[in-house]
Design a protein around this ligand. Structure first.
Ligand code: TYM
Length: 335
């Protein structure tokens, strides 16, 4: 049995990108033999300023959404990161293992900090070390993510290797990402070359997993396309990123292959294609939004689920982190 770990930031509402790139795979992986651990990464969230009351609400909302997507707290460990101190303790050790040059290469930091590098928090810079600690604190070896996280996973492997070498141990294992090829990067509805993101300033750029049918229909109607009719083969979409993105979304939510869908709409404009896409999306997304709202009516139950998850998570992460602390030379603390 292997251990699977993944996380999502409780900032904003999860998008269709989060869902198709990661969350639906988290749900599917529960059916296998591996142990699944899923984390609401609130320590990561505060690398950019979060209003405290909003952060609390968004953490509940993300927990509710994960349950609504099908994360089963009996089968998987579901918890919030700040509740398990092992994450922060191991991250500190990794801050002292990772090299400045490695972190300076992280494209996500460059994207997020932009020209503002002197003003962003130091947490944003060392964020990948915390992500490495999230995974290694559980000795997890498989990490289901979208492709924007692959560079961070490579870094987590570099950190593990360096730790093992510096201390002459074979303690942290190698990690493998698990990526859903077809939806590894769902793109913005406004720009087919930009990732769909919950932090994009334009709500029109994304489908939120809690959008209602009318909002989904309106966003798809307005989604950017091009003037050409749809072709009869995938290769012809190579230079048409918006069309390719919508087709990828359509295939993922309908379960049909991209080829089958193209064959149905080849030669026509985007009107009928968008209507059918809207129908498939609404059928898939709306029930998840409804279930999310249902879960959110019972915060006591959400607290209970997260507390159970926290106890299970800490039971795994605590001994591994204590051993890492022993390896680096810390004296034991209280039992
Ligand atoms: P976050 O919160 O940005 O995103 C959560 C997951 O959704 C995926 N994703 C996408 N996939 C396809 N298309 C998109 N447009 C899209 N947008 C987001 C992300 O790849 C991710 O899998 N650093 C992580 C959270 C994290 C983590 C971890 C993940 C913290 N610790 C340990 C794995 C293991 C993040 O910010 O994800």
């Amino acid at each position: 049995m292997a251990r699977i770990f993944s996380g999502i930031q409780p900032t904003g509402i999860a998008t269709l990108g989060n869902y198709l790139g990661a969350l639906r795979n988290w749900v599917a992986l529960q059916q296998g033999a591996d142990e699944c651990i899923y984390c609401l990464v609130d320590l990561h969230a505060i690398t950019t300023f979060q209003d405290p009351a909003t952060l609390r609400e968004q953490t509940y909302a993300m927990a509710a959404l994960l349950l609504a997507c099908g994360i089963d707290p009996e089968r998987s460990v579901l918890f919030h990161q700040s509740a398990v101190s092992a994450h922060a303790r191991l991250a500190w050790i990794f801050n002292c293992v990772a090299r400045m040059g490695w972190l300076k290469r992280m494209t996500q930091f460059k994207d997020k900090a932009g020209k503002n590098q002197e003003e962003v928090s130091t947490g944003l810079f060392v964020y990948p070390n915390l992500m490495a600690a999230d995974i290694h604190a559980y000795h997890a070896t498989k990490v289901p993510v979208g492709d924007d996280q692959l560079q961070h996973i490579e870094l987590a492997n570099d950190i593990a290797e360096r730790f093992n070498r510096d201390f002459g141990v074979n303690f942290f294992p190698r990690i493998e990402p698990i990526v859903l090829k077809e939806t590894a990067r769902v793109m913005s509805l406004r720009d087919g070359n930009k990732k769909m993101s919950k932090s994009d300033t334009s709500d029109q750029s994304r489908i939120n997993m809690t959008d209602d049918a009318d909002t989904i229909a309106q966003k798809i109607r307005k989604a950017k396309t091009d003037p050409e009719p749809l072709p009869d083969n995938l290769a012809a979409l190579a230079e048409r990123p918006e069309a390719r993105n919508l087709l990828g979304i359509f295939a993922a939510v309908s379960g049909e292959s991209q080829e089958t869908i193209l064959a149905r709409f080849a030669g026509s404009g985007f009107g009928p294609f968008k209507s059918a896409l809207t129908e498939a999306l609404v059928a898939h997304v709306e029930p998840i939004g409804q279930r999310t709202r249902d879960y959110l009516t019972d915060k006591a139950e959400l607290n209970r689920i997260l507390q159970v998850g926290t106890i299970k998570a800490a039971a795994i992460a605590e001994p591994i982190t204590k051993e890492a602390e022993r390896i680096v030379g810390f004296l034991p603390g209280a039992a």
